[in-house]
Design a binder for this molecule. Structure first.
Ligand code: 2P0
Length: 354
C-alpha cells in the first residue's frame, strides 16, 4: 500500500508563438504534416504562456487532464498520439531522496495526471493550442526522462497541434515541412536566439476576445480542398519567401522583414477568402488597423511597424524598436479607443518579446 503513496512531478512553462510566414494546410491530417514551411517568433514567457504540471503515481488509475482547473477529456487522437509517442521513449528515472525508482518498462503501466493553465483566453485566436501542446510534451518529456533533443520533441508536439512544434524554442523558429511520409523530418529548428533581435517589440491588440467561428483545423482542411490559391502559395510563393525571411532575420533587416510579414498575413487571409465557402477571420477593426499601419509606414518612407493576423481578428503588431512601440500604443489608443464603437477593448504589451 505504501508504494501507492509516492507522486513524482515535473513542471514546464511554454510561451505561444506568432507566425510571420504562415502554416495553413496539411498534406496529412493524422500526422499533422503541413503543405509548406513556416517561420514564427516565440513570445516572452511572461505574457502569453501555458504552465503545465504533470504527475505520476502508482495510485493513479487512469490518465487525466485539467485545463484551467476544469477536467477535460484525453480521449482525442491528438492527445493519444502525444502520450503514446512520449511513453515509447521514456527512460529510467530514479529519485534517491524519495526512494523512487521507475524503470523504462514501468511507464507503460503508470498513469499520469496533467494540470495546465493558460494566462490568456483560450481559443480567442491567440494560439493557445501552440503553447498548450508544446508544454504538455515538454513537461512529460522531463518527467519521463526522455533523451530526445528539442527538435525531436517538436515532432511529437506537432502531432498535438501543428503550430505547437514551433513553441519548443525561443527566438525565431522554422518549422520544416519535411519529405518523409511518416513525419520524422517534419520538425522545428531555431533560426536565431531571442537576444539576436531584441529591439523588436510585439504588441497584441485584442480586437475581440470572442471564440472564433471556424477552427483552424477545419478552416485549413476546407482551404486545402477548395482553394487554388493555396496550391500556388504552397508551391511557388512560400519557398521563396522562407529564404528571404531567413535572410531578413539574420541581417535584422526590418524593412524586408515587415514587407514579408505583412504580405504573408494578407496572402493567408486571401486564401481564406478563396476557400469555398469563404472564411472571414478579420473584421472591420482589423482592416482599419491594416490601413492605418500601411499609411504610417508609407509616410515614414520605410516600415516602422509590421502587422500579422492569425485565425481571428486580433492584430499582432511588431514595432522596429521601443520608441516606435511607444508611439504605436499612443496612436492605437487614440484611433481605437477602448470601449468605443469598435470592439477593440484591451492591449497586451509583449514588452521585448523576443
Ligand atoms: C500559424 N495558424 O502558422 C497559422 C497561421 C493560424 C494562422 O497554426 O490543426 O492550431 O492544430 O495543426 O496549429 C493555427 O493552426 O492547427 C495556425 P492544427 P493550428 O500559426
Amino acid at each position: 500500500a505504501d508504494s501507492k503513496k509516492w507522486v513524482l512531478m515535473a513542471t514546464a512553462q511554454t510561451p505561444t508563438n506568432i507566425a510571420v510566414i504562415k502554416y495553413w494546410g496539411k498534406r496529412d491530417e493524422t500526422l499533422i504534416l503541413p503543405v509548406n514551411d513556416s517561420i514564427s517568433v516565440t513570445l516572452d514567457p511572461s505574457h502569453l504562456c501555458t504552465t503545465t504540471t504533470v504527475a505520476v503515481s502508482p495510485g493513479f488509475e487512469q490518465d487525466r487532464m485539467w485545463l484551467n482547473g476544469k477536467e477535460i477529456s484525453l480521449s482525442g487522437g491528438r492527445f493519444q498520439s502525444c502520450l503514446r509517442e512520449i511513453r515509447s521513449r521514456a527512460c529510467d528515472v530514479e529519485d534517491k531522496e524519495k526512494g523512487i525508482k521507475i524503470e523504462k518498462k514501468d511507464w507503460e503501466k503508470l498513469h499520469v495526471h496533467i494540470a495546465s493553465y493558460n494566462n490568456f483566453p483560450t481559443a480567442a485566436g491567440l494560439a493557445s493550442s501552440a503553447a498548450g501542446f508544446a508544454c504538455l510534451v515538454f513537461s512529460l518529456a522531463k518527467l519521463m526522462n526522455l533523451k530526445e533533443n528539442p527538435s525531436q520533441l517538436s515532432a511529437i508536439a506537432r502531432q498535438g497541434s501543428g503550430s505547437a512544434c514551433r513553441s519548443l524554442f525561443g527566438g525565431f523558429v522554422k518549422w520544416i515541412m519535411g519529405k518523409d511520409e511518416n513525419g520524422s523530418d517534419s520538425l522545428a529548428v531555431q533560426l536565431v536566439e531571442e537576444e539576436h533581435w531584441n529591439e523588436l517589440v510585439i504588441i497584441i491588440a485584442v480586437v475581440s476576445a470572442r471564440q472564433k467561428e471556424t477552427s483552424s483545423t477545419s478552416g485549413m482542411r476546407e482551404s486545402v480542398e477548395t482553394s487554388l490559391l493555396l496550391q500556388h502559395r504552397a508551391k511557388e510563393i512560400v519557398p521563396k519567401r522562407i529564404v528571404k525571411m531567413e535572410e531578413a532575420i539574420k541581417n535584422r533587416d526590418f524593412s524586408s522583414f515587415a514587407q514579408l510579414t505583412c504580405a504573408d498575413s494578407n496572402q493567408f487571409h486571401a486564401v481564406c477568402l478563396d476557400t469555398s465557402p469563404p472564411i472571414f477571420y478579420m473584421n472591420d477593426t482589423s482592416h482599419r488597423i491594416i490601413s492605418y499601419v500601411e499609411k504610417w509606414n508609407r509616410s515614414e518612407g520605410s516600415p516602422q511597424v509590421a502587422y500579422t493576423f492569425d485565425a481571428g481578428p486580433n492584430a499582432v503588431l511588431i514595432a522596429r524598436d521601443r520608441q516606435v512601440a511607444a508611439q504605436l500604443l499612443r496612436r492605437l489608443l487614440f484611433f481605437f479607443p477602448p470601449n468605443s464603437d469598435t470592439d477593440l477593448n484591451s492591449y497586451v504589451l509583449g514588452d521585448k518579446s523576443i
